[in-house]
Each structure stands twice: as structure tokens, then as C-alpha cells.
Design a protein around this ligand. Structure first.
Ligand code: 6PG
Length: 243
């Protein structure tokens, strides 16, 4: 794994305040440089509190924000498992991102490969034919070391010639950005909280376990943003060295 930054915050509230701060910093820099802020959102439970905190934060430049997803369960947008549906309920129904700047992953073709190709076409329309360089990509990590929908032992881990592919969680298909896109980002943040992640965080940050999350090595900056519970298994002396 390449070098990375490590931040450990005492508990959830401080962690999500810092996550909001990073969002604000990255958005301000991107808008200054390019007039827009492109961000790919993580799914699952952890980032819900970040999205909720953003709705309580004044001055977020939503008019210049372009929202994408890092992965999506292959369910309709109104399904309880939908990552887009989760962000719509928590964030989009409250803040005013122009609808033309919100790009959910399509899941309605009845064919995940077709929908993956459709999302790649969408990325080409927005970013052009160069591999998208998102200003910020939020990622979580599963207890098996997966990230986005790049699960251990699946074909998606090998995909280098596509920007979007079909991930597999067991028998469940998902859509996911691929490593070439994740690793083109200006900034990737792993947002990880809770004691259940302590073991995988230790494995990911201190061993060569070849976990899917360990292949995220962006051209830009990589930050592991943890709460104390998720960092609890890290060797204390190493904490100072890892960051
Ligand atoms: C998803 C996510 C997935 C998630 C991890 C952690 O669609 O579920 O993209 O990669 O980030 O599974 O999930 P939790 O935050 O719920 O622990």
C-alpha cells in the first residue's frame, strides 16, 4: 500500500464533524480550480451520519456539486437497500443539488452489465473520454476488507479496462466503480467507525493481506478517517508512524 494519512477521532460526533470539514475543504478547492466539485458517495450505514450532518451545515456549495455513487445494490431506487435511495432520503430531499448534477447508478435494465455500461457512458458524458478524476471519493470498508462493491475473490477486482463493472456480494449483483477510477481520484477517504471494524482496520493498515481495500492507492491523497473504536486494534506505537 502507498503512503496514506491516518486520523483517529475520539468518537462519532467528532469523526463526522471532521468528515464534513474534509467535504468543505475539497469542495472549496475544486470549485476554485475548476468551478465544480465532483464527489462519489459511499453506501452502507457508516456514511449516513455524514450525509445527515451535511444537511445541518450552512454554506455547502450544493449548486456547484456533482454527485455520483461509488457503488449500488442492484435494486430499484425506492428499495430500502438502495444507496441512492438512502442518500435521497437523508440528503437530497433537504439540500438543493440541481437534479442535472445528481447521477445515481442505473439498476432498472434487468441486466447489471448493461446498467454498468450505461453508467460508464454517463461518466464519459460528464468527464470526457479520460478516466474520471473525482475530486473526492468516500469509501467504507466491510469486515471482509471489501470496499465499494469490490469483494474478495471476485472478478471485479481484476477489471482494469472498464470504469464501472458488476460486483458480486455472494449471489447478489452490484454495480461498482473499478480500481482505475478509484485510483484516479484527487482524494479518497475511508470513513470507518465502530468496534466491528477494528480487526479489519488492523489487517488493512498493518499487513499485506491483499484485501480489496488495500488496492485503493489513489494518485491523489488517501486518508483513513477512523473513530477510536475502529482504531482500537492498531498497534499504539505504530499509530504515530502510520499517519
Ligand atoms: C455498500 C458500500 C459498502 C460499505 C461497506 C461498509 O453499498 O454497502 O458501498 O462497501 O461501504 O460494506 O458498510 P457499513 O458502513 O454499513 O459498515
Amino acid at each position: 500500500m502507498q503512503g496514506f494519512q491516518l486520523e483517529i477521532w475520539p468518537e462519532g460526533a467528532a469523526l463526522f464533524r471532521r468528515a464534513v470539514e474534509i467535504w468543505q475543504e475539497q469542495a472549496a478547492a475544486a470549485i476554485r480550480q475548476r468551478g465544480r466539485f465532483t464527489v462519489a458517495l459511499a453506501g452502507g450505514n457508516t456514511p449516513r451520519k455524514l450525509y445527515a450532518a451535511l444537511t445541518q451545515t450552512p454554506g455547502i456549495p450544493w449548486q456547484q456539486t456533482w454527485l455520483f455513487w461509488g457503488d449500488e445494490r442492484y435494486v430499484p431506487p425506492d428499495h430500502p437497500e438502495s444507496n441512492y435511495g438512502m442518500v435521497r432520503r437523508i440528503l437530497l430531499e433537504t439540500v438543493g443539488v440541481p437534479a442535472s448534477q445528481v447521477f445515481p447508478m442505473p439498476t432498472q435494465a434487468g441486466d447489471p452489465l448493461r446498467d454498468a455500461a450505461e453508467y460508464e457512458a454517463t461518466l464519459r458524458r460528464v468527464f470526457g473520454n479520460e478516466c474520471p478524476a473525482f475530486d473526492l471519493i468516500w469509501l467504507g470498508v466491510g469486515e471482509d476488507g471489501h470496499t465499494a462493491s469490490l469483494f474478495p475473490g471476485t472478478a471485479a477486482l481484476q477489471v482494469q479496462h472498464r470504469w464501472v463493472t458488476v460486483g458480486q456480494k455472494g449471489e447478489e449483483p452490484r454495480l461498482t466503480l473499478t480500481y482505475p477510477v478509484l485510483n484516479q481520484a484527487a482524494q479518497v477517504v475511508f470513513l470507518v467507525a465502530g468496534a466491528s471494524k477494528a480487526e479489519i482496520v488492523k489487517k488493512a493498515l498493518t499487513t499485506e493481506a491483499h484485501l480489496p481495500c488495500q488496492s485503493v492507492n489513489p494518485k491523489g491523497r488517501l486518508l483513513w478517517l477512523l473513530d477510536a473504536a475502529a482504531a482500537a486494534e492498531l498497534p499504539l506505537p505504530a499509530v504515530g508512524l502510520l499517519g
